[in-house]
Design a protein around this ligand. Structure first.
Ligand SMILES: Nc1ncnc2c1ncn2[C@@H]1O[C@H](COP(=O)(O)OP(=O)(O)OP(=O)(O)O)[C@@H](O)[C@H]1O
Ligand SMILES: [Mg+2]
Length: 263
């Protein structure tokens, strides 16, 4: 596994206390490490599952690599010592140049507005309620002008779930996010237009079998301390949501006024 080899700077606006680093593969990453300010193994699991599932569904998402942050590196770094970073396996999101604050003017410049419905449906499937109201979780990549979905730390409604909460989530399938009328989704609304705007991305869910979902939920670093029953519960939730894509679309349709015709 590649290691964190150089610390560039702390990223100020992140609740998970991310940092910009270079790794032994010479690439730059936005690093999320477990720390004493609330970033846990569950936060990192959320990111990893969001990434793996997003890749299967062709969601525009930065490449992600698991990176090792060594104890000695933390001891020699003021920022990591301050946040109580824990050594071990971290999430590295490949650094893109661009802008993380999305607004209608930026969306108008985007080259991939056709991929926006897919991001919104994906948010429902994994219950990511940190996009509709947070204007910092759609990224505009300068070079390609693409809108990229970042930050899956708060999927499954949060990163403080336990088995009780997962069971409750499972009893509410099909679920959609509570902030479906949030401002960022409102900015995206004009791009969810015409007949069957979700048709192209709905078909992607047909290719997800239980075996592929097993792969998404396998090889989780044991040091993140995720319980087997939690993995099983989350997998059940995602599978249940995927089986009910049409019902999810029916639920979100009234919130997107440019969408005509059926789901
Ligand atoms: N792959 C990336 N390339 C470039 N910048 C990134 C990337 N991933 C994250 N960032 C930057 O780091 C910031 C924080 O990242 P992210 O939103 O994932 O963290 P967070 O701590 O969960 O934030 P939030 O405050 O939204 O909860 C983003 O707003 C963005 O500016
Ligand atoms: Mg964020």
């Amino acid at each position: 596994m590649e290691k964190v080899s150089y610390f560039q700077r702390a990223i100020e606006n992140g609740i998970t206390r991310p940092s910009l680093v270079q790794a032994t593969d010479s690439k730059e990453y936005v690093l999320k490490a477990r720390n004493e300010e609330g970033t846990s193994g569950k936060t990192l699991l959320n990111e990893l599952i969001g990434y793996r599932l997003g890749k299967l569904l062709d969601i525009p998402i930065p490449n992600l690599k698991l990176l090792r942050l060594e104890k000695e590196f933390i001891e020699n770094n003021d920022y990591y010592r301050d946040i109580g970073a824990k050594p071990g396996i971290c999430i590295g999101s490949e650094y893109l140049k661009g802008n993380a604050k999305v607004n209608p003017v930026i969306l108008d410049k985007a080259s991939n507005i056709n991929e926006i419905p897919g991001i919104i449906l994906f948010d429902q499937v994994i219950m990511n309620n940190d996009r509709a109201e947070n204007d910092g979780n759609l990224f505009f990549e300068r070079k390609t002008k693409r809108i990229i979905a970042i930050d899956h730390s708060h999927v499954f409604t949060s990163d403080i779930w336990d088995i009780g909460q997962i069971n409750r989530l499972n009893s509410t399938i099909p679920s959609i996010v509570k902030n479906i009328d949030g401002p960022v989704y409102k900015y995206c609304s004009p791009f969810i237009n015409g007949n069957s705007p979700f048709h192209y991305c709905k078909t992607k869910y047909d290719s997800i079998t239980l075996e592929r979902l097993d792969e998404v939920f396998s090889n989780i670093p044991s040091e993140w301390n995720i319980l087997e029953e939690e993995i099983i519960g989350l997998k059940e939730f995602v599978w249940g949501q995927i089986q009910q894509i049409d019902e999810i679309l029916e639920e979100i349709k009234p919130h997107f006024s440019y969408w005509k015709g059926s789901v």
